[in-house]
Every structure is written in C-alpha cells, then in structure tokens.
Design a protein around this ligand. Sequence first.
Ligand SMILES: C[S@@+](CC[C@H](N)C(=O)[O-])C[C@H]1O[C@@H](n2cnc3c(N)ncnc32)[C@H](O)[C@@H]1O
Length: 122
Amino acid sequence: VEGKYDVVFASNLYQLLRLDERTKLREAVKLCLKTDGTLFISTLSINDPQHYGIGTRIDSDINSFQDEKFLHFCTQDEIERDFCFLRINELSEQEYYEHRSTGETHHHISWMLSGTLKSSND
Ligand SMILES: C[S@@+](CC[C@H](N)C(=O)[O-])C[C@H]1O[C@@H](n2cnc3c(N)ncnc32)[C@H](O)[C@@H]1O
C-alpha cells in the first residue's frame, strides 16, 4: 500500500538481489514508506573479507559473484547514489562474526544504512 509504512527493515537481503531486483526493491521502498518514514538496510560491503571475489564474476553487475549463491557487494558511492531518495541518518561499515547453527562462523563487513524518505518537494 502506497505511503503506509513508518519503517521498512531489510537485513542482509539486498546482497542477494540482482541489479533489476535491487532497483525494484528501492522502487517498492519509495512507494510504501511515508514521507519521513525510515528505511534500515544491512548489506555486504566490497570490503567483506570472506566472500568478496569468491566465485564467478558477473560482468553485467559490477561487484557481484556467483558461487554457491549470487552475492552483490556495495561500495559507499553506490549506496549513496542508489538511496539518494533518502536523507541518510547513518551509513557505516560494521565488522562482525556470524555464528551459524552448523557450527561455522562467518566473518563479515556490511554496510548499515538508515535514512528517512525525502518528500517529493525536497
Ligand atoms: C541472509 S538471509 C537473512 C535473513 C534475515 N533477514 C536476517 O537478517 O537474519 C537472506 C534471506 O532473504 C531471503 N530471500 C532471498 N531472496 C529473496 C527475494 N528475492 N525476495 C524475498 N526474500 C528473499 C532468503 O530466503 C533468506 O531468508
């Protein structure tokens, strides 16, 4: 529903989406957030130490690789450009260890973005 939501939260999903799917997600966020509503997104950085550069490089989608699964890695410039419809409150890289139920531990560096939807007059 258009303009209905105060908050949209997308944790570690964006990195799994292809170029056209990432565009669709941003368009959906623009439509469903209220003006001044907040988007939180976490997504892998090109500085991710464990997964960046692993697998087959996808020529049509820069900083994307197909290994067991497709993964896209964002630069700061890309996030600032692609989410320019937001007033950015926070954009930072966070390093963390993800402990999985399989016993594996994954070492990640992800972008944490929070921003509020600009009004169409901004
Ligand atoms: C890395 S997990 C993150 C799960 C959870 N959001 C978190 O942060 O712990 C990615 C999730 O995105 C879902 N997913 C992958 N592609 C998707 C798509 N095209 N649309 C919706 N969900 C998708 C997967 O099923 C999986 O649950």
